[in-house]
Design a protein around this ligand. Structure first.
Ligand code: SF4
Length: 465
């Protein structure tokens, strides 16, 4: 066998100067030939280290071998045995922290591009027309309510439907998909891809009811009268603010609101769609995670002349994926590192016009393991801005914890669960994803959904809690 190339087969993408003027997806995806070439780099390791890094345990060498042999149907079938959202995961999962991190090829260079190959297989199937669903299992007569249609909810629902249970998803917004729909921009995850995979979950037999707010329209206790079990996957949508003077001025958004307006409400197509959005000329995004990169890149596409990331540590400590930081840099986003906003100033109409910042230096590592940022006294300076997006994190949604008696809630507002089963302190109620762990990743939420589905199935069959 020839020694594999130390580099991944490159994926073609829109050049930066073109893509900052549109909301189309940045990478084009592999062609059949490129996918086969990349799949042939895989060593087919007997001990499958990559699978150990996959929260949903896809048979990675199995599907890659099928691609290398040109049997794309077999490839997608293998993936869908474990993952109902392959086109989404192939695009937004942090593979460099998961499957690809454990790939044997990292010893000689870059890992196999597992995410790109997963995306290729899912898109290839969609291009063939109808997406196949497995045959329907014998109904068990048991009913499960799933609250929230994000990655955790869709996974738990898909798994339970394939086990023969009747599943109904309740979604608060008018479109299913949760954070996949409202949180991630079109240029990173096109909404038609989310719709396609949500429709696949429907095809498995899952019913989805939208505009239904559990905790208001009906409580968990009311659902428990109609259903044998409930899974709560309502995510982390409660934005954090810094609590500094002037943060209430006009033009200062939470990333959650800014991105929801653009992604879900299609504000970038205003006035064709009737949700407006601030099209700032000088936009500052506070934070260094993926959400901050999404907001800064969205601002450019909305016509900003300057889009800035303001982050209190150095680039090395940024939690965003390396690829997202690189994309933002290529597009011209300015990085103001070791910088912390301390105060906002407004014009006579209450619109933000300036941001006062202080320079930081790095001290010893803190509890997170990252070096602690320390303000440098007397280093204050001002940056003119007309829009600010605060992207420093989110807490779990509080509605269900507040309206469900006897549900144990943690210090950060998260629902307390047994991580091995997703069981909460209330019999028949399971939870998983960001509502239990705080804001994390799509694939971790899916992994939690998978764990809970197994435990729910066992509970429904045995009645044992
Ligand atoms: S670890 Fe890498 S090379 Fe080995 S089977 Fe998995 S993807 Fe292939």
């Amino acid at each position: 066998m020839p020694r594999p190339s130390p580099k991944k087969t490159p994926m073609r993408e829109q050049p930066p100067e073109v893509r900052i003027k549109n909301f189309d997806e940045v990478p084009y995806g592999y062609s059949e030939e490129e996918a086969k070439e990349e799949a042939k780099r895989c060593l087919q390791c007997k001990n499958k280290p990559c699978v150990q890094g996959c929260p949903v345990e896809i048979d990675i060498p199995g599907f890659i071998k099928a691609i290398a042999e040109g049997d794309f149907w077999r490839a997608i079938k293998i993936i869908k045995e474990k993952n109902v959202l392959p086109a989404i995961c192939g695009r937004v999962c942090p593979q460099e922290e998961q499957c690809e991190k454990y790939c044997t090829l990292t010893k000689i260079g870059e890992p196999v591009a597992i995410g790109r190959l997963e995306r290729f297989a899912a898109d290839w199937e969609a291009q063939q027309g109808e997406i196949e669903a497995p045959p329907k299992p014998t109904p068990t007569g048991k009913r499960v309510a799933v609250v929230g249609s994000g990655p955790a909810g869709l996974t738990v629902a898909g798994d339970l439907a394939q086990m023969g249970h009747e599943v109904v998803i309740f979604e608060a917004l008018h479109k299913p998909g949760g954070v996949l729909m409202y949180g991630i921009p079109e240029f990173r995850l096109p909404k038609h891809i989310v719709e396609r995979e949500v429709n696949y979950v429907r095809k498995l037999g899952v019913k989805i009811i939208t505009s239904f707010v559990v905790g208001k329209t009906k409580t968990i206790d009311e659902l428990l009268q109609e259903f044998d079990a409930v899974f709560v996957g309502t995510g982390a949508g409660l934005p954090w603010f810094m609590g500094i003077p002037g943060e209430n001025y006009n033009g200062i958004y939470s990333a959650n609101e800014y991105l929801t307006r653009s992604n879900l409400m299609r504000a970038y197509l205003f006035p064709e769609y009737d949700t407006p959005i601030a099209r700032g000329k000088r936009v500052a995004v506070i934070g260094g995670g993926n959400v901050a990169m999404d907001a800064a890149r969205t601002a450019l596409r909305l016509g900003a002349e300057k889009s800035m990331i303001i982050y209190r540590r150095s680039k090395k400590e940024m939690p965003a994926r390396i690829e997202e930081i690189a994309h933002a840099e290529e597009e011209g986003v300015e990085f103001h590192l070791l910088t912390l906003p301390v105060k906002y100033y407004a014009d006579e109409n209450g619109w933000v016009k300036e941001m006062e910042c202080i320079r930081m230096k790095l001290g010893e590592p803190d509890a997170s393991g990252r070096r602690r940022p320390i303000p440098i006294e007397g280093s204050n300076f001002k940056i003119p801005v007309d829009t600010v997006v605060v992207a420093i994190g989110q807490s779990p949604n509080p509605l269900i914890p507040q309206t469900t008696k006897g549900l144990e809630v943690g210090r950060h507002g998260n629902i307390v669960i047994d991580p091995k089963t997703g069981k909460t302190s209330r019999k028949g109620v399971f939870a998983g994803g960001d509502i239990a762990t705080g804001a994390a990743t799509v694939i971790l939420a899916m992994g939690a959904g998978r764990v809970a589905a197994r435990a729910i199935d066992e509970y429904l069959r045995t009645g044992k809690w």
